[in-house]
Design a protein around this ligand. Structure first.
Ligand code: GAR
Length: 217
């Protein structure tokens, strides 16, 4: 049984999707722990209610980013993770932390990387007049919101979209994309060469729809 450790900072809906899918699909892996940098992260309650170990490493209690990362790395490593999934984890990690979990640490970002790294991705996509938006799951490297792309989900940007409506539509796709990408990792189904990730069995690494109308959410 492989171990997945998920890092969150807030709501934790992606974490929830991973937990649910791992059980429904009987993965050869379990979510061993959910760790937050914020004591008030709403997702912690869901994890605890599902019998998953939870921990908080409060970044405000540390004088430096390096000291925080050291404690966080200890907490993560104590669960012997095969996969470390950043799911709405809103702290920039030091190169030392990234190096320690390199190759088994992934992130979900709400844009079609390499477009729009950083914050306010949906607002920026709308302001740029993009006709398509989405989310990316990628291996974490020392470069913020960059790293070999495992999978992407696309949604159309409609003329009537607001930052909120676009975020909601992308999030629904995130909940499909991220569990799938984590399953590929635990199955060892991915091959990474020259910065490009391929699914050995040819499963689609792009999901979503470009139909330019959609039902209201
Ligand atoms: C998700 O949309 C995720 O893509 C984004 O934060 C949200 C977390 O929601 N992550 C980032 O912006 C990381 N740069 P969740 O807590 O409900 O999963």
């Amino acid at each position: 049984m492989k171990n997945i450790v998920i890092l969150i900072s807030g709501r934790g809906s992606n974490m929830e999707a991973i937990v649910r899918r791992s059980v429904e699909e009987a993965w050869p892996a379990r979510v061993a722990a959910v760790i937050s940098n914020r004591p008030d992260a709403a997702g912690l309650a869901f994890a605890a209610a599902h019998g998953i170990a939870t921990a908080v490493v409060d970044h405000t209690a540390f004088a430096t980013r390096a000291a925080f990362d050291e404690k966080l790395a200890e907490a993560v490593a104590s669960h012997a993770p095969d996969v470390v999934a950043l799911a709405g984890f809103m702290r920039i990690l030091t190169p030392g932390f990234v190096q320690r979990f390199e190759g088994r640490m992934v992130n979900i970002h709400p844009s079609l990387l390499p477009m729009f790294p950083g914050l306010h991705t949906h607002r920026r996509a709308i302001e740029a007049g993009c006709k398509v938006a989405g989310a990316s799951v990628h291996f974490v490297t020392a470069d913020l919101d960059h790293g070999p792309i495992i999978g992407q989900a696309i949604v159309p940007v409609l003329p009537e979209d607001t930052e909120q409506s676009l975020a909601a539509h992308v999030l629904a796709q995130e909940h499909v994309l991220y569990p799938r990408a984590i399953r590929w990792l635990v199955e060892g189904a991915l091959e990474r060469r020259d910065g490009v990730v391929r699914h050995r069995g040819g499963e689609a690494q792009l999901i979503g729809t470009l139909v330019a109308t959609r039902a209201p959410t």
